[in-house]
Design a protein around this ligand. Structure first.
Ligand code: 9MR
Length: 508
């Protein structure tokens, strides 16, 4: 990515690094348990473990995406593969893998005619072992391009480009779902990037040539052009649209457009769905290929809620376009993201924190896919209401709700943590104004973050107290939701009982 023009914010360059394994948590009741090490089993296991009732939705991104014929992917690098915490989350949550760097020209053909597919092969082997597909990334790009290519006499560039594409696409023939054949061909103003390929061909003719060459090598791979800052309409998106139109009318076997989607918090283009739809209407697949949503650090609770809204919106934008095949996040967790290394002062851009704990954006993306909790934390409260700054209600808790209360507890667990989404129902005939929900966390669990409530203390017998905006739970079946992330050391069980304002609730 050209950082100076990327996503509208200046930056300094540097670079980051990565981090288990999921397994099933024994549970009873209404609960989705996030599985599992071997992804071969993740989708089915997660599905099989989900109990009846409103939370009978898929509990992982991959299973929820698959339920509607989509995928949910991640980028993985070679070094990621030695981090078992990271690979555990990756195998449980994602079913499409994009090699972060391992299929780029500087790795695969560092010198003219000398190929190295070892790193890419490792990623492909991991993906296969985990029942994942692979998005090949990429064949022709101005960046991560070895200097021998950019310093070739211009009349030798076409032959070098075609040889590179043919050799790499043939090596991975039948092993990749798609190829980003040409990556980032436009400047932000919509003019073509004048790289060595453009210069050698005297224009954008290299793009058609590259796609035809890739098609000849691997006729079954879906062939994409991939770029950033084309998610909403505008000059760059228009330029991509015109290019796609002309390629298709010339019979070039272009199959799809990749929308990288490196977003800034709160800045998801409102027309992203309609913009993707116009490409789809040309007969192309579309995909969100490198999603992240960067936050100025430190990230506040309100920021994380906004990020949840952003992820939810992007997922919905994709699901709203019938030819949108899937969403890929760029890296498994915040610790793996390129953002802190490239955009000084920014980070927290993914759905999993530095310790691979799911963030509100995970719950929101899962809910947008139709999985997980029935009421995602992202939808309550609205993003403009920062839960962190909302003081706990001073309203004294009302008395016992006649008719009782009910607590539904949906847990997503993995080997070192869990997310609990709680729905309180007031079955009484009078409204509750101000509430305290008390419960005992199983030993080894310690709450790390909370939404829609304050919780104290963080372990043992804890009390969750309403915030000002959700003090009232209306009568006769009114509900409110809250949730928390917790660390755990092997016991991902749920509290066995809950009391609301001192009265025991039924539990499911
Ligand atoms: O994630 C990749 C990072 O490790 C590399 O340092 C960087 C170098 O350009 O490329 C990153 O991935 C890029 C992707 O290949 C194309 N779109 C922009 C991504 C972020 O820079």
């Amino acid at each position: 990515m050209d950082i100076d023009t990327g996503a509208g914010i200046g930056a300094t360059r540097r670079r980051p690094g990565p981090s288990g394994h999921s397994r099933t948590s024994p549970r009873r009741r209404l609960r989705a348990v996030l599985a599992v090490g071997a992804v071969a089993t993740a989708a089915t296991t997660a599905g099989a473990l989900v109990m009846a009732g409103p939370a009978s939705a898929a509990s992982t991104l991959r299973s929820a995406a698959e339920a509607s014929g989509h995928y949910f992917g991640t980028a993985l690098t070679q070094s990621n593969l030695s981090n078992s915490t990271l690979t555990g989350v990756a195998s449980a949550q994602f079913d499409m893998v994009t090699p972060g760097n391992e299929m780029k020209w500087d790795t695969t053909e560092p010198s003219n005619g000398s190929y190295n597919f070892g790193p890419g092969d490792q990623i492909v082997a991991w993906a296969k072992a985990n029942n994942d597909r692979v998005r090949g990334h990429n064949l022709v790009w101005h960046s991560q391009l070895p200097s021998w290519v950019s310093s070739l006499p211009l009349n030798q560039v076409q032959a070098a480009m075609e040889a590179h594409i043919t050799t790499e696409a043939t090596h991975y023939k039948g092993q990749v779902y798609s190829w980003d054949v040409v990556n980032e061909p436009f400047n932000d103003d919509g003019t073509p990037r004048q790289d060595v390929f453009y210069n050698a061909f005297g224009g954008v003719g290299y793009i058609a040539d590259a796609i035809k060459t890739a098609h000849a090598a691997d006729p079954n791979a879906k062939l994409y052009i991939n770029d950033y800052n084309i998610e909403g309409s505008g000059a760059k998106s228009n330029a991509m649209y015109s290019l796609a139109q002309s390629l298709l009318s010339a019979g070039v076997p272009l199959n799809g457009i990749g929308f990288e989607s490196h977003f800034i918090l709160g800045q998801i283009p409102s027309d992203m769905q309609s913009n993707m739809q116009r490409f789809a209407s040309l007969g192309l697949d579309v995909a969100v290929t490198e999603l992240d949503d960067r936050i100025q650090l430190p990230a506040s609770t309100a920021n994380l809620q906004q990020q949840a809204t952003d992820f939810s919106n992007v997922v919905k934008d994709c699901l709203g376009v019938s030819r949108c095949v899937g969403v890929t996040q760029w890296g498994v967790g915040d610790a793996d993201s390129w953002i802190p290394g490239f955009f000084s002062g920014y980070g927290a851009a993914t759905m999993f924190d530095n310790n691979y704990q799911p963030k509100p954006s995970f719950n929101a993306a899962l809910a947008a896919l139709g999985g997980g909790a029935t009421t995602p934390p992202s939808s309550n409260p609205p993003s403009t209401t920062p839960p962190s700054s909302a003081p706990p209600s001073t309203t004294p808790p009302s008395t016992t709700p006649p008719g009782g209360c009910h607590v539904a507890d949906v847990i997503n667990a993995w080997n070192t943590g869990l997310t609990s989404n709680l729905t309180i129902t007031n079955n009484g005939s009078t409204a509750i104004n101000g509430w305290k929900l008390a419960f005992t966390l199983p030993s080894g669990q310690s709450i790390t973050s909370v939404w829609n409530a304050t919780v104290t203390p963080s372990s043992g017998v804890v009390t969750a107290t309403n915030l000002s905006y959700n003090a009232t739970i209306t009568a006769n079946g009114g509900t409110t939701t809250l949730g928390f992330n917790a660390n755990q050391t092997g016991n991902a069980g749920a509290p066995t009982s809950f009391t609301l304002n001192g009265t025991a609730c039924s539990v499911s």
